[in-house]
Ligand binder design. Sequence first.
Ligand SMILES: Nc1nc2c(c(=O)[nH]1)N[C@H]1C(S)=C(S)[C@@H](COP(=O)(O)O)O[C@H]1N2
Ligand SMILES: [Mo]
Length: 441
Amino acid sequence: MTSQADIPPGLEDSSGGNYPATEGGKGRGPFDPRVWRSPIRGPWLTSVFGLVLLVGIPIEFITGLLSYAAYNPRLAAVNDPNPSHGLLGFFLFPWFTGPSWLFRLIEGIHVFLGLALVPIVLAKLWSVLPELFTWPPLRSVAHFLERLSLLMLVGGIVFQMTTGIFEMEYWSREGFSFYTGHYYGAWIFIAGFAVHVVLRFGRMRTALKSRSFRGELRTGLAQTEPEPIDEFGLVALQPAPPTISRRGVLGLVGGTSLIVLFLTVGETIGGAMRRLALFSTHFRTQSGPNGFPINNTAVSRGVTAKMTGSSWRLEVVGAKRQSFSRADLLALPQVTVVLPIACTDGWSTTQTWTGVRLAELALRVGAEPGKATGVHSLDGEATALSWSQVAAAQSLVALKVNGVDLSIDHGYPARIMVPAATGDHQLKWLRSVNFGEVENL
Ligand SMILES: Nc1nc2c(c(=O)[nH]1)N[C@H]1C(S)=C(S)[C@@H](COP(=O)(O)O)O[C@H]1N2
Ligand SMILES: [Mo]
């Protein structure tokens, strides 16, 4: 058990009270260091969780920025779900058109690694709770800045996790812009994260070296002892008897993380795993060739059988204007491609699509190469595609999926399919394609 003798030299308090990092605060609830009694809390355990996050968080940040870039926000205002990216848009670049699974991979990593990190973040927060309650709360300018970075870090991660999970579940559609919030939240959080890494990296290294990871995995409850008293106030001054070993905590947290992953990742992996995807809110309205997940149904978007019936035409505008019935489109050269729909909400599905190349239509109406293209749908959606997206050999106005006509919920009579793009750009129920015209989307 801990005694004065465990306190590092120079940190003893002759009054028989506390050591400096947790000085004062006695009798002030959580600010009183004596209330924190877990015998396994300490720099080593914190650093193990910290190391996982040190790897995971940058991956989250980069995949997040890349999925924003996938919207081609600079192409047209309609593509930018977060219109004032301003200075923070410095990293944007014209999005890729291949490999076709690019957005699926990036978004899959972002969403499902993000979910798997939730238990680790919670464990990390639990492990540093005493440090979040220091007394007095502010001591100096340096201390104030450190506290501010912690607020950005802790507030930021909680905000990012909550908005991310809400987006997956479609709860954030009204009154709050997920994209703007999650995007600015990411920058605020990463600033706090960067400061935190600079301030704590050395401490983490020392702490990780202080115990052997393998040794901990061999240590059961009976032999579990507190870490030596640290100068940062993580180790309990009056530890309670252990109720779980460090091995147990690592197993619990790592196991929870894997279970979360197992129960969600089916949304993007598909196959039998999709049935396990507990959080899935994406359903299908039929089985067979059109039996894959739907984002918005025709009914929910106000698209009726009358609008998509025999009077339907696709308006295609370039140097000249031409309108195509579905039969006209079917009479043009047909191409079959295997492409994923990958939604920003995390789910994805790869199917086999048949239809007319966008490049073929561009040629027929004399589109001027190099310019962006505006696409409109019957439900009033619009998107801008770059010239490289239009010209890509796999980019289609799709008419069929898996050998049969598109179902109305998957976009009948015609939808856009573009490789490597976000699902949002693969418009269903097409109304018009305007080559070179993105101003009035
Ligand atoms: N016209 C229109 N097209 C749309 C949408 C929509 O709401 N309206 N949703 C988009 C989104 S966000 C996704 S992920 C895909 C999903 O396609 P699916 O419903 O066929 O699976 O369609 C896209 N195309
Ligand atoms: Mo989507």
